[in-house]
Every structure is written in C-alpha cells, then in structure tokens.
Design a protein around this ligand. Structure first.
Ligand SMILES: O=C(O)CCC(=O)C(=O)O
Ligand SMILES: [Fe+2]
Length: 293
C-alpha cells in the first residue's frame, strides 16, 4: 500500500475498490501484490459462483500505513484497475450449470412376488380388449402414444397397499418433508412398437396439482420382447422464478418387476419403444400413478 505519488510508477496499479452500498476507495498496489491477486480472484470466483468465493476478510493498509481498510469479500462488488488488468475467463465452467437442481429417483427391484408378477401378466393378456388409447390434457395427438386400462381393481388394490407400506421411507429417501396422503391413483398402461410419451410433468394442471409423487411399476414377459422405452427424468433449473427442465437428465431402465418413484413436478418422457413382434402381449406394461397430498 503505497502513497499516491507512486501512481506514475509503472510497477504500481491504481485500484478503485467498489464496495456494497456505493462506497469506493482508491488504493495503489504493486502489480505483483498478493492482495491485488486476492481481490481479482474474489471477483472471478463470485462471477462463477465457485466454492472459493466463500467469505474472507480483506485488511488493506492505507494512508501509508496510518489507517486500515477492512471489509468482507462479499461486500466487494467490483475492482477498477489502471492500467487495465484483464482477468482470464474460465471457459470450462459455465455458470448456468452450477444452478442445476439434480433430480433424484428411487428404483426398487423385485417389487412383487414372482407369482403375483406372473398372475398380473396373465391378467392383462386376458383384458387386451378393455384397453383404450391414451390422451393428454392438451389433446395433442402427437404427444403420447400408448394404451391404458383404467379399471383393474384386483391389482390396483395390491399395488396401492404395497406402496402405502413403503411410502414413508420413499418420501424420506427423496428428501421430501412428510405429508398427509389423501389418495393414491393408479392406471395400467401398455406401450407397444413406436409408442412414447413426450416430455411432460404430472402435476401441471389444477386437477393434478396435489400430486406429489409419481410411481411407475414395470412388468413384461421374458425374454424381454422390446427395446427402448427408457424413462428420462430431467434435472431442473429455476428461470424467472419457475422450475423448468434443464438439458441434463437421468435415464431409468424399465426393469421387469421394478418400481420407480420420483417427484411429480419433474419433467420426464418415455422414449419410443421398439417391439418387433408388435404383439400386444410383448408390450412394455406399467402400473403407474400418483401419490396425492
Ligand atoms: O411409463 C413410464 O415410464 C412413465 C409414464 C408417465 O410418465 C405417465 O404416465 O405420466
Ligand atoms: Fe408422467
């Protein structure tokens, strides 16, 4: 920290500190002074929201050492330097990725006993004619292609009861605060060759707003008669105070006799199913639904 007379010495840099609240201080620092380096790295770290941006205390002697300027690094808004010092941009860290909220899901294998799983497959194969084409709330015909069975009381009761026993554990594993469950809905779907469900969430309308959790139980005949049909669960980010999907996602394999739970607000999609036989019996079947608060 040097006197104003040194401002013309090329080894010195005139540094104007811009602090929160509109305060400004002008100091002169040697171009290789560690504190100058710290001031600049604080600005860089904060611009990129790095961990190293955690608070530090600057204590800078001024007035030839007769006074001290102390401030916390989080009050440092900017640094003006003369001659200009350009800080190298950090190319590989893109700030927006740091704000991504990672989606989490739970997948539990062997959810039903082998005999229950077998009976369920037999049950759906006998009810092919009761299946109807799915639709979406927007009635966009290109948004979703699959078949659905709305009434299957024997198995919906079984699944709902099983879910009730594990739901407190699932809620805590997903990091959600516990909530009182008002209802568990269920439907039975079949995705055959070329079927899909484009990106959507499950609680975006007034009628679905109380859905907290989505579950999907997968079942099909072995050997696996189709490929594709993965469930993609997108990570989120907040844009203009709204949750929107990020580009990144988790890929869920629809494993036979497994059940998946995730937060209904997450955006998700079902990739197209490839089922060479095109036989209904070879479909990717699910019992899926929603846990409402
Ligand atoms: O079949 C799946 O994997 C998910 C289905 C789904 O997202 C839905 O029915 O809302
Ligand atoms: Fe969904």
């Amino acid at each position: 920290m040097e006197s104003a007379s040194q401002q013309f010495d090329p080894k010195y840099v005139k540094v104007q500190l811009l602090l929160a609240g509109g305060h400004q201080y002008t100091i002169y620092l040697k171009s290789d002074a560690p504190v100058l380096h710290s001031l600049l790295t604080t600005i860089v770290a904060r611009a990129y929201k790095q961990e190293s941006a955690s608070q530090t205390l600057f204590q800078i002697p001024i007035n030839e050492g007769h006074s001290a300027l102390c401030f916390s690094s989080d009050n440092l808004v900017g640094v003006e330097t003369e001659p200009p010092i350009w800080v190298q941009q950090i190319e590989e860290i893109k700030p927006q990725y740091l704000d991504i909220l990672n989606s989490i899901y739970i997948q539990i294998d062997n959810f039903l006993a082998p005999n229950e799983h077998e009976l369920l497959i037999k049950y759906v194969l006998e009810r092919e004619s009761d299946f109807v084409s799915t639709s979406t709330s927007t009635n966009d015909i290109n948004y979703r292609r699959s078949m659905v069975l709305y009434s299957f009381p024997e198995f919906s009761e079984l699944i709902v009861k099983r879910i009730q026993t594990i739901i407190p554990d699932v809620i805590s594993k997903l990091g959600l605060p516990s909530f009182a469950i008002s209802q568990i809905e269920s439907q039975l779907t079949a995705h055959n060759d070329g079927n899909y469900y484009k990106i959507h969430n499950d609680n975006g309308s007034p009628e679905t707003a109380t859905r907290e959790l989505t579950y999907v139980y997968y079942f099909y005949r072995e050997p696996k008669p189709f490929s594709g049909g993965e469930l993609l669960i997108y990570d989120s980010k907040i844009e203009n105070n709204f949750y929107v999907n990020a580009e990144s996602f988790k890929t869920v394999e629809p494993r036979n006799n497994s059940i998946v739970f995730f937060i209904s607000r997450y955006m998700h999609e079902v990739k197209p199913v490839i089922c060479p036989s095109k036989a209904f019996a070879d479909s990717r079947f699910t019992i899926n639904g929603w846990v409402r608060r």
